[in-house]
Design a protein around this ligand. Structure first.
Ligand code: MN
Ligand code: MN
Length: 291
């Protein structure tokens, strides 16, 4: 099911592809993202060095596990949760490549089992807080409603948001999410995260001029430089991350695939630069949490 998992050791930072886009509301195609991101990453146009000088090609703890097999649409949520739970039990950190944003809910279920309630930084044009979308509670428009309902996070900071409608504003207030809209972005440096941190990056947080290969073009977004700066300034230990919603069918000359590669390198470097606090290992239950 997962190739190369025998090379995993405690402390590995592993890339895993989750080729699932059945819960996309507008356009399919994100299931082809992991393969295209890998193809561009290894095409010879770039090296695997982060801007801080970490060469991922020389780091044995950086491993690409390939893609997970998903057992049909009806079992997708359960199968993503089960497979990633098995991987996390090996004391590794995952960078999951979507797929659409629906994958983040089962990922957080498995992270919650391992780490207790996490801080989440969610970068997206959309808050993805719908109670239900087109009759589907697991739609890519809903993952953060499910995550907050099930109290999987101690904090949810949503940055880059520029599509907040009245329903989702109400949901954000109900769940107590911290929204940093695109016009408040300078406040992102004051997030004061403690970790353990889960980082969820929907590539449509970027302006479509920088990342045209996404299903939902939402103008007025971040530059690639702003997104990289935001990642590089994260001070909390990142225990997991996802990069979702790249849609190769919408891409122009693999421009967005290369952006995904760049973001993957910077996230992996940040994870290697700040190892998780050993106290983060095992389920963590904060005093006063109602689990
Ligand atoms: Mn999203
Ligand atoms: Mn989005």
């Amino acid at each position: 099911m997962i190739k190369k998992s025998e090379r995993l050791t405690s402390g590995s930072v592993a890339v895993v592809g989750i080729p699932f886009d059945a819960f996309s509301s507008f356009m399919r195609g994100a299931a082809h993202a992991p393969a295209q991101i890998r193809a561009v990453m290894h095409a010879g146009a770039c090296n695997l060095c982060s801007e801080s000088g970490i060469d991922l090609a020389d780091r044995p703890e950086f491993i690409d596990l390939g893609d997970i097999d998903i057992d049909g649409e009806s079992k997708a949520i359960e199968s993503i949760e089960a497979i990633t739970s098995d991987l996390l039990n090996r004391d590794i950190r995952l960078i999951s490549l979507g797929g659409d944003h629906a994958i983040t809910y089962p990922l957080l279920k498995s992270y919650h089992k391992k780490f207790g309630r996490l801080e989440i930084v969610h970068l997206d044009a959309h808050p993805d807080l719908y109670e239900s979308y087109d009759g589907n509670r697991f739609s890519h428009a809903c993952p953060f409603a499910r995550i907050m309902e099930e109290k999987l996070a101690s904090r949810l900071v949503q940055a880059g948001i520029r599509t907040l409608n009245p329903h989702q504003k109400e949901q954000a207030e109900r769940f107590g999410t911290e929204i940093i809209t695109i016009t408040q972005l300078k406040n992102a440096s004051r997030m004061q995260l403690k970790g353990p941190l889960y980082l969820s990056i929907d590539l449509d947080v970027l302006d479509p001029a920088f990342a045209p290969g996404v299903s939902h073009h939402e103008p007025g977004g971040l530059t690639t430089r702003q997104l990289i700066d935001l990642i590089q300034r994260l001070q909390a230990p990142i225990v997991g991350a996802d990069i979702v919603e790249y849609n190769p069918k919408r891409d122009l000359s693999d421009m967005t695939a290369m952006v995904a590669v760049k973001i993957l390198k910077e996230v992996a470097a940040r994870m290697l630069e700040i190892p998780p606090d050993p106290l983060c290992k095992g389920p963590r239950h904060e005093p006063g949490s109602d689990e």
